[in-house]
Design a protein around this ligand. Structure first.
Ligand SMILES: [Fe+2]
Length: 415
């Protein structure tokens, strides 16, 4: 395996990372164009102290009164900020570090934000990117697909999403074709985001086994692995070991969904995103900077995000102000997902106010040390400590040969 030239720099509050370069690159940000599934609601609500007892009591009463419990798997929420608001907020945060900003906004399976931002910002500072969902067996992976050529972005997006939502299910050969198509575009960057996170909740070890298989088959098309600003230090350390085993560079991904800026960026002397891509793809060079906010306990940052997801922003346009405008729920009445505000005819039930108050209280700065002491740096809802079997080893990973895929295709075409 080739070795990479990735460095991870942890900086103190007030320090400026300008000794590493003049440009700060923020990747992996979500805007209102991302649809996020709601399965986390019962998962978290049952685990957050105080909120859990209110939640359980209210749900029980709701059920006893004959109400049908909501199915959170068929609803979604959307982050509060528009694409341009995310861009502006990330750019300001990077400028405060004394760096020139480049921001790659990556909504789930959508380039709408990137297109919106592109109306104001030059493409070299605001590439067209998205976080592509790739089904793979029982698992799925999130690929940061960065810097699509402007004149092909719509076409590439359609091809990728046709694969994601194909009812025939995953197809390794088709997947390799899509990766190969993107790999052949030198300015594009393909990043495997938060690889070790069992985001599909099939079980940590099953996820790792799927990741092992995925990397053996498709790792040859991936240009970098992501360490993620919203995953724990322990998980990011495991990603670092994985990158070593695979000989892939590490890049940063903040994964912001709300108002707080990303806590991890790349620093470089590149003057455009395409230049940065060639550093990663060709030189395998990447300087990741971990900002001080990352070291606040993960649960408190998750709760702070959650209180913003569930916040009210009077200054926002109509239809985006209240959390109930931004959470869509399918009541299985044949009308499809509709904002919660519509379900409740504009009036929020009393229990939601209690839940909101609790979340906001738990995300208060004063509780940060207590959360750090009680939950540590673990994801608040998914406790990896419960997994008893040892992690899957990635030391034996051997990537499939990229060249042989090309030859197979040429052979098939010649027949
Ligand atoms: Fe993701």
């Amino acid at each position: 395996m080739r070795s990479s030239n990735s460095n991870v720099h942890i900086i103190e509050s007030g320090a400026k990372p300008s000794m590493l370069g003049q440009t700060g690159i923020s990747m992996h940000c979500h805007s209102m164009h991302s649809k996020e599934i709601l399965d986390f609601v019962p998962y978290y609500a049952e685990r957050i102290p105080i909120l859990s007892s209110v939640w359980k009591r209210k749900m029980r009463r709701f059920e006893e009164s004959g109400g049908r419990l909501p199915n959170f798997n068929i609803g979604y929420w959307t982050p509060p900020l528009s694409g341009q608001q995310v861009y502006d907020s990330e750019a300001s945060s990077i400028e405060r570090l004394g760096l020139m900003p480049i921001v790659s906004v990556t909504d789930h399976d959508s380039i709408e934000a990137a297109v919106e931002i592109g109306e104001r910002e030059p493409n070299r500072f605001a590439p067209i990117s998205m976080e592509w969902t790739v089904p793979f067996g029982e698992a799925f992976f999130h690929l940061g697909v960065h810097n699509m050529p402007e004149d092909r972005a719509a076409e590439i997006t359609k091809l990728l999403l046709d694969y994601t939502f194909d009812t025939d299910g995953p197809d390794d050969e088709r997947l390799s074709e899509l990766f190969s198509m993107m790999h052949d575009i030198p300015e594009m960057l393909i990043v495997l985001n938060h690889p070790i996170w069992d985001i599909e909740m099939i079980g940590q070890r099953k996820h790792e086994a799927a990741l092992h298989d995925f990397l053996q088959k498709h790792g040859c098309w991936i240009h970098a692995l992501e360490i993620n600003g919203f995953r724990s230090m322990a998980e990011n350390k495991a990603v670092t070991d994985l990158a070593d085993a695979c000989g892939l560079p590490l890049v940063s991904g903040g994964d912001r969904h709300c108002c707080q800026a990303n806590t991890m960026i790349n620093v470089t002397n590149a003057t455009s995103f395409s230049e940065f891509v060639s550093e990663v793809r060709i030189d395998k060079k990447s300087e990741v900077v971990v900002l001080p906010d990352y070291h606040k306990p993960l649960p408190s940052r998750q709760l702070r995000s959650m209180s913003q997801i569930l916040g009210v922003f009077p200054e926002f346009p109509d239809g985006r102000r209240s959390w109930s405008d931004r959470i869509y729920f399918d009541a299985e009445d044949g009308l499809g997902p509709r904002p919660m505000t519509e379900h409740w005819n504009g009036h929020l039930p009393g229990w939601t106010r209690v839940a909101m108050w609790t979340l906001k209280a738990l995300s208060h700065e004063m509780l940060v040390p207590i959360l750090g002491f009680t939950i540590g740096d673990n994801d608040i809802g998914r406790n990896d400590a419960n997994v008893k079997t040892p992690p899957i080893s990635f030391d034996d990973i051997v990537f499939a040969d990229r060249q042989s895929f090309g030859k197979q295709k040429a052979f098939a075409a010649g027949q």
